[in-house]
Design a protein around this ligand. Structure first.
Ligand code: AGP
Length: 601
């Protein structure tokens, strides 16, 4: 989703801005732009509906200009107004000296725009963000200082968002945010603002996160104003630059799929033992609870479904998943533990859900891959997934990390609450510890069998995914991956539901992927679709189209239930989605219309 960068540096501003924007590309965007102050007090503004690399090429073709080290940049993910150069950021005021980049939505934009237009302001784009430039312009005309002008402007704009403003006359750059991520940092070579710390690269040793009410100016030292009386604490920044390298892989998704078995091993080494002796839960210092609500979106919600099942199955504890964007109607009883599941920790739907009155009495545990995120700051406790930076927009390794971490938290909490049969905890741990091998085995099988299957599906309009029990959530994740990456429809169903309607979709050759976690009932469902000529792809034990679940089916822990369900079945479905996407010529790391960090509701 939209990414903001800004600098006042002794180095080349365009170079820094483009490098930083490239580091934010993983968030997903459809246009890009920068504005850099010129020595004469004007600005060079360059915008493109292509990639950052294209902007870099265009800049190289420009005649040399005298530029200062002050500049701002933006990757846009369109909300208001189509994808065009005129709608790309930075936006300017009527004088052309106020330049603005913005991430978020201004809910009262139409009202503000009408007032500004009737006061004589001229707009040159369709986007809500442009009102900010004109509001700041009005403040400056009244003689208000730039930092205060931004502080007043953000008050006038309803909704959430982060804003950075550059005045090209002075080269001053100020930033502020409300319920949206914006971080600031300093190095010997300058001061920097960004939507997330990956934009800083190896330049800085620490950073500070802006809170609502802060207004920050890029100066030496960084200048803080606004309505808060203290400054936010500095957080150490450990640069993990090599994670951006492909290490010989054709794309990040391929690399991230491959990382999963080893990642599972690392997670279980870290939290496995603490899960079965209760230490993990105790370390969180959260109160006891009687029920669980897991809030999330997309893949994180699917991971939450597996964790909720572990609470229900092993603790006979009521546990449900709540779609974050629909959470306003959720009824959360007393002593409900809310688990907010989010890879990015910046998903606006989740942050908004937690602000709801219906969540006010609940303790919130965040399970996130980003310990510096807005969610991590909002939660009463956090557990990191520690999946490492995931660059592919489609979640793969973070899903596996969320499932394993979440299940470890569930087992640990149930152990402490005395709700899990303690003699069972060792066999649960043993089962969890088999996951790295099971994932590795599944990966080998998937890489061997899936590519030719994917090629066969190139002309199919869509795919049905089926499962039973824990397999249903995995079928949902398989369908989501296929949609995201191939732009073909994909629908999942509990296999038993098929005969109640969806079976009408099945005809000769309809592709149907089935998570076959064993048993007579799923065998019956497989027979139903086979009888109608479906192109069957079963993911199960020996004899399946993709025999990736063999060992997982051998030793179920609790009456056929593994703590994570058939987790390893997700790998063939990830590989299937990626392979089919490649056959169809899609960009597997940056699927169209999608964003890695979804910061609008
Ligand atoms: C998954 O492949 C998608 N990128 C998407 O569904 C994602 O899981 C969802 O937007 C939630 O994001 P989060 O985990 O950062 O909160």
């Amino acid at each position: 989703m939209c990414g903001i960068v800004a600098c006042r540096t002794t180095d080349s501003a365009p170079e820094y801005l483009c490098e930083a924007l490239e580091a934010l590309e993983y968030r997903g965007y459809d246009s890009v732009g920068i504005a850099v102050q010129t020595v004469g007090g004007g600005a060079l503004r360059l915008r493109s509906v292509h990639r950052v690399a294209e902007l870099v090429e265009r800049m190289a073709d420009l005649p040399p200009r005298d530029l200062t080290g002050a500049g701002i940049g933006h990757t846009r993910w369109a909300t208001h107004g189509g994808v065009s150069e005129r709608n790309a950021h930075p936006h300017t005021d009527c004088t052309g000296s106020v330049h603005v980049v913005h991430n978020g939505i201004i809910e009262n934009c139409e009202e503000l725009r009408t007032t500004l237009v009737s006061a004589g302001h001229l707009f040159s784009s369709d986007v809500d963000s442009e009102v900010i430039a004109h509001l700041v312009e009005d403040e400056l005309v009244r003689g208000v200082d730039l930092a205060a002008a931004l502080g007043h402007t953000i008050e006038l704009c309803e909704g959430s968002g982060a804003i950075v403003v550059m005045d090209s006359h002075s080269g001053r750059i100020v930033g502020a945010s409300r319920h949206a991520p914006l971080v600031v940092a300093a190095s010997p070579n300058g001061t920097f603002l960004a939507s997330d710390i990956s934009a800083f690269g190896p330049r800085v040793a620490s950073f500070q996160v802006l809170r609502d009410g802060d207004v920050v100016e890029l100066a030496v030292p960084v200048r803080w104003t606004g309505t808060n009386t203290d400054w936010p604490v500095a957080v150490a920044h450990t640069w993990a630059g090599t994670e951006l390298d492909l290490h010989g892989y054709p794309d990040h998704m391929a690399k991230e799929i491959d990382e999963q078995p080893e990642l599972a091993g690392r997670i279980l080494d870290r939290v496995g033992a603490d899960a079965t002796n209760g230490a993990l839960w105790r370390s969180l210092e959260l109160p006891d609870f009687d029920r669980v609500a897991i809030v999330g979106c997309g893949t994180s919600l699917n991971a939450g479904g597996i964790v909720a099942a572990a609470f229900r199955r092993f603790g006979i504890m009521p546990a449900e998943t709540v779609i974050a964007s629909e959470a306003a109607d959720a009824v959360l009883g007393p002593r409900t533990l809310v688990i907010a599941m989010s890879q990015s920790g910046e998903t606006a739907d989740i942050l908004h859900a937690l602000d709801g009155e219906n969540f006010a009495h609940c303790q919130v545990l965040a399970i996130t891959n980003n310990p510096h995120s807005s969610l991590a700051r909002r939660a009463n406790a956090i557990v990191e997934c520690s999946a490492g930076h995931e660059i592919g927009v489609a979640a793969t390794k973070t899903f596996v990390a969320q499932v394993l971490t979440g299940v470890a938290v569930a087992i640990s909490a149930l152990h402490e609450l005395g709700r899990v049969n303690r003699s069972n905890t060792q066999s649960i741990l043993d089962d969890l510890r088999r996951m790295p091998d099971l994932l590795a085995q599944s990966l080998t099988v998937a890489k061997d069998i899936v590519p030719p299957l994917a090629a066969e599906l190139a002309d199919s309009l869509g795919v049905i995914f089926l499962g039973r029990g824990a397999g249903v959530v995995y079928a949902a994740e398989g369908a989501l991956k296929l949609k995201e990456l191939t732009y073909r429809w994909a629908q999942h169903y509990p296999a038993g539901e098929l005969k109640h309607g969806p079976l009408a979709l099945v005809e000769e050759g309809t592709p149907v992927v089935i998570v076959d976690s064993g048993g007579a009932r799923i065998a019956g469902n497989i027979a139903e679709v086979a009888a109608r000529g479906a192109r069957l792809i079963t993911i199960g034990g020996a004899g399946s189209t993709i025999p990736a679940l063999g060992r997982s089916l051998l030793a179920p822990v609790d009456n056929g239930f593994q703590p994570c369900g058939p987790l390893e079945c997700v790998i063939p479905m990830q590989v299937l989605a990626r392979e089919l996407a490649l056959v169809l010529g899609r960009d597997v790391d940056k699927p169209r219309n999608l964003a890695k960090s979804v910061t609008v509701e």
